[in-house]
Design a protein around this ligand. Structure first.
Ligand SMILES: C[S@@+](CC[C@H](N)C(=O)[O-])C[C@H]1O[C@@H](n2cnc3c(N)ncnc32)[C@H](O)[C@@H]1O
Length: 338
């Protein structure tokens, strides 16, 4: 073999050696890149899942590790209230419904929910503003499994309680959103129903919240709000028994504004189509510690649910006053309640 031939063979062998080494390095680099990408995907899963599989009404919101969508900063006007409620919500509860029955008549509100969902179209979506523990929707899967509900509250810890109370239905047709009634993080005209119980009464500038309600509701969507009733008869009875009866002022913890027929006019500036004013919790008076009437199955509660309605005669005795209305159709938004 000539020296040139030997040189060429050594040269070829070395080239092959370097080439296969280079290929091996490229392969290793590719594997690492794939590994890195899958790790990143796994880390980013909640956010990615949020944007790719989220229902349309949750678009733009990110799902937190706690199963709650979105995130809000403390509200400008309700900072003290929000902080205090966050502290209170850190407590643990063995029996959620028992705790709720001290503040609401469960029988009455269950009946109100049933009436409300009847007005929601098939596959409709409801926004419960100030939904707190979400208890109104605990039986929704039995009555109307087609409906979805988005529970909005600015106290995240309350939504964590909602998750415990509602269990598996959270994430299937019930969604929890950390949000503010005065700056809802939803697109325009996305909901078929707006439901709010004893929340708007705590918002100092009600008009901001109503403008948001009008914005997120579809035309023909159902608006329902429950506030504490402002009754001069009840005020006299409360003062006789030396019980506090705040009508419209800041308490040490939060702002409270009771409603009556006159003050309800402001809702109707926004939702004046097919509106109705009703009274509820005629018998339920938690301040007098007749707590049993608030519990599930209570006979007094059942009677109370039958008395609740638009009988004006019972208005002076009612604890709650509510506005039920429809967002008008075919009107430019700019012409309604600006
Ligand atoms: C009196 S509780 C009523 C809770 C619930 N709606 C019910 O029926 O049990 C008021 C709730 O509204 C929430 N809230 C008050 N102001 C709010 C706001 N601006 N935005 C969102 N939630 C608010 C509070 O955190 C609280 O959970």
């Amino acid at each position: 073999m000539s020296a040139t031939l030997l040189h060429n063979e050594i040269y070829d062998t070395l080239t092959m050696y370097h080439l296969s080494n280079a290929l091996r390095t490229v392969k290793r680099l590719c594997c690492s890149a794939v590994l890195c990408y899958s790790t990143l995907l796994a880390i980013a899963k909640p956010t990615m899942t949020g944007s790719s599989t989220a229902p349309l009404f949750l678009a733009n919101l990110t799902l937190g590790d706690d199963g709650i969508w979105g995130n809000v900063e403390p509200s400008q006007y309700q900072k003290v209230e929000q902080t205090l409620r966050e502290e209170v919500a850190n407590a643990e509860y063995d029996d959620y419904l028992l705790e709720i029955s001290k503040h609401h008549s469960i029988e009455v509100m269950d009946k109100e929910v049933k009436d409300f969902i009847q007005r929601i179209p098939v596959n409709g979506v409801i926004c419960d503003v100030g939904g707190c523990w979400g208890w109104h929707w605990r039986n929704l899967h039995i009555y109307r499994p087609d409906i979805s509900v988005v529970i909005v509250d600015f106290v995240r810890a309350n939504l964590q309680h909602a998750r415990k109370l509602l269990g598996d239905v959270v994430g299937s047709n019930i969604f929890l959103v950390h949000g503010d009634a005065t700056n809802l993080s939803f697109k325009d005209e996305i909901f078929d129903g707006y439901w709010s119980v004893q929340t708007l009464q705590h918002i100092p500038d009600l008009r901001i919240a109503l403008r948001e309600a009008k914005r997120v509701l579809k035309e023909g969507g159902v608006f329902t709000n429950y506030s504490l009733n402002n009754s001069s008869l009840m005020q006299k009875i409360y003062s006789f028994f030396q019980k506090e009866y705040v009508i419209d002022s800041f308490t040490s913890t939060f702002y409270l504004r009771r409603d009556n027929v006159q003050s309800c006019r402001v809702y109707l500036e926004y939702f004046y189509s097919k509106s109705k004013i009703s009274y509820s919790e005629i018998l339920f008076k938690p301040e007098f510690r007749i707590w049993h009437s608030g519990r599930t199955g209570s006979l007094l509660g059942k009677i109370d649910s039958l008395l609740s309605g638009d009988m004006q005669l019972l208005g002076p005795f009612a604890r709650q006053i509510s506005v039920h209305a429809i967002k008008p159709t075919q009107l430019p938004l700019s012409t309604i309640g600006q």
